[in-house]
Design a protein around this ligand. Structure first.
Ligand code: PEP
Ligand code: MG
Length: 580
């Protein structure tokens, strides 16, 4: 069949250009069909299952064989060994054959049933290390399922990752965070919005990504040549030679521009008229501080601690969380480290935790973040103790997400006091004057900000949620992504009001939502009075360049007009002038 060239449009959530071969991935277990097999076909079905097991053995052997290169981490080998053992265990490689024979069902269904049995057995295990191996069983089972369903496994062989374009219908934030250990060329998904957590984590991988392509997963075939242009929100499949060479040129220019920005790494971020600006980093995992420091971050403005809870069957213990926080606190060498208490719920699920199920009637408005923590104080106290212990090793601050009312602040402060008291009783050192901050993510928090200003030491505006809740647009739903508008006059008014109130009350205020890392908005936010930005490390130097060229006092009259504008056209025109 001749290769047909076509383009797809979506939302580019991470800029840059990648050129590579498509690798389709899927949540195999969600798509397993169930059908009956006539008795005469049973031996053939068993043989099909055995062939899939054999293929995955070959796949794992291939990965092992390719592991001579120095850049493959040691844990990768250990992880392959565990998968090899699981694959060879009769409970996975033989039991489904018996199910096919007894129940006359297809191989995929038999394997899914057996995986269910194994997962249940693992959940009963007391030893937490062994219990965690449940996820390995699931991963191996999924590899076999993908083979059965004619799909390859999720991990391309080391060495070719950078030329691999991942194409998926949907990816959860938990899926994407796993990719941090690999260097894929780019991501494409059918679903998702610009500030969904999937997009945020994809952005943190620092590779081009386009979401909300609607049907990329159905239209693109495995192995097809794909160009992803994240900055222009476009994907080109099977490009002809002229298009390919044009994009190779563009890719070179983009990489060069990024390289040049590195010169700004240790330059102080001051505007032309001498206004100093703090540029801090958002991180998801402790190892991200390397990238933060490499891009000149003056602190960590947001550590999304909930990522410590994902991709595991159990909960991280106090010691484990403490170790992660201590590592960041010490690694940042006295620079501020803002640890946000875990924000699970909405689009970040934690299986096994009652109240955080996927079927909440309206998860974004449900039991999420601080609401969940106040409902489950035991879990919250464990984390608070871990953060407080880390204050002894660096400049740590505590940030509370999704606060809406004074009573939530009061309850939180009581629990922090309780955590402090329990540490005192055990003579565990911590900084008793640790700063406690709140996120401004709900319009109610801006409109009734007095309690926030009186009771908290600092504030941070989470624009991703503030926009979602102001405009009633689910940030992860691509069906309404065209309505998600950070330049809506109501959003700008709330941001301006929050910054104005905090500045007047002399309470430090930052923005840590995605708006902070958007270079088109740097001058606008400076004009609204913002002096602390926190963003993904990859955006720090680009934003710094904008700060260095801004003149806050000169743009004040335009900012005043923009504050009053409520027609989108006028607003966009004014923004154009501010950025000119
Ligand atoms: C936000 O809502 O802007 C924010 C920074 O928090 P998160 O994206 O993790 O919800
Ligand atoms: Mg938020």
């Amino acid at each position: 069949m001749p290769m047909v060239s076509f383009a797809l449009h979506g939302i580019g959530v991470s800029g840059g250009i990648a050129i590579g071969r498509a690798q389709l991935i899927s949540h195999a277990t969600l798509e397993v069909a169930h059908y009956s097999i006539p008795q005469s076909q049973v031996p053939a079905e068993i043989a099909r299952f055995a062939a899939a097991i054999g293929e995955v053995k070959g796949e794992l052997e291939g990965l092992h064989g390719a592991m001579t290169s120095d850049d493959v981490p040691g844990e990768f080998g250990a992880f392959l060994d565990v998968h090899w053992m699981i694959l060879n265990d009769p409970t996975l490689s033989e039991a489904p054959k018996r199910i096919i024979a007894e129940q006359h069902c297809n191989a995929e269904w038999a394997l899914t049933l057996q995986m269910g049995v194994l997962v249940e057995q693992f959940e009963q295990i007391e030893d937490s290390y062994l219990r965690e191996r449940k996820s390995d069983v699931v991963q191996v089972g999924e590899r076999v399922l993908k083979r059965l369903m004619g799909r390859p496994g999720i991990l391309p062989a080391p060495g070719i990752e950078e030329q691999t374009i991942i194409v998926a219908h949907d990816l959860s934030p938990a899926d994407v965070i796993q990719f941090k250990h690999h260097r894929f060329g780019a991501f494409l998904t059918d679903l998702g919005g610009n500030t969904s957590h999937t997009a945020i984590v994809a952005r943190s991988l620092n590779v081009p990504a386009v979401v909300a392509t609607h049907n990329a997963r159905a239209l693109i075939r495995d192995g097809e040549m794909v160009i992803v242009d994240g900055g222009n929100h476009v994907v080109i499949v099977n490009p002809d030679r002229a298009v390919l060479s044009e994009y190779r040129l563009k890719q070179g220019e983009f990489d060069l521009a990024r390289q040049k920005l590195k010169r700004l790494r240790s330059k102080r971020a001051d505007t032309l008229d001498g206004v100093h600006v703090e540029l801090q980093a958002n991180i998801e995992l402790p190892e991200d501080i390397e990238q933060a420091l490499a891009n000149g971050a003056t602190g960590i403005g947001l550590f999304r601690s909930e990522f410590l809870f994902l991709n595991r069957a159990d909960l991280p213990s106090e010691d484990e969380q403490f170790e992660a926080f201590r590592k960041v606190a010490a690694g940042m060498q006295g620079k501020p480290v803002t640890i946000r208490t875990f924000d699970l719920g909405a689009d970040k699920h934690k299986e096994g935790l009652e109240g955080l199920s996927r079927v909440a009637p309206n998860p974004a408005l449900g039991l999420r973040a601080i609401r969940y923590c106040l409902a489950e104080p035991r879990l919250f106290l464990t984390q608070l103790r871990a953060i407080l212990r880390a204050t002894h090793y660096g400049n740590v601050r505590i940030l509370i997400p999704m606060l809406a009312s004074a009573s939530e602040i009061d309850q939180t402060l009581v629990l922090i006091e309780q955590a402090k008291e329990s540490l005192r009783e055990q003579d565990v050192p911590f900084d008793p004057r640790v700063a406690i901050g709140g996120m401004i993510e709900i319009p109610a928090a801006v409109l009734a900000m007095g309690a926030f200003l009186r009771k908290l030491d600092f504030l941070s505006i989470g624009t991703n949620d503030l926009i979602q809740y102001t405009l009633a647009v689910d940030r992860s739903d691509e069906a309404v992504s065209h309505l998600y508008d950070e330049l809506h006059p109501a959003v700008l008014r709330l941001i301006g009001l929050a910054i104005g109130n905090a500045t007047k009350a002399e309470v430090p205020i930052a923005i840590c939502g995605e708006m902070a890392g958007d270079m088109r908005l740097t001058r606008l936010l400076l004009g609204l009075g913002l002096r602390e930005f926190s963003m993904h490390p990859a955006h720090l130097l680009g934003v710094k360049q904008r700060v260095l060229k801004a003149d806050v006092s000169a743009m004040a009259p335009l900012i005043d007009r923009l504050r009053r504008a409520d027609e989108p056209d006028k607003l966009h025109a004014l923004l154009g002038k501010i950025n000119a």
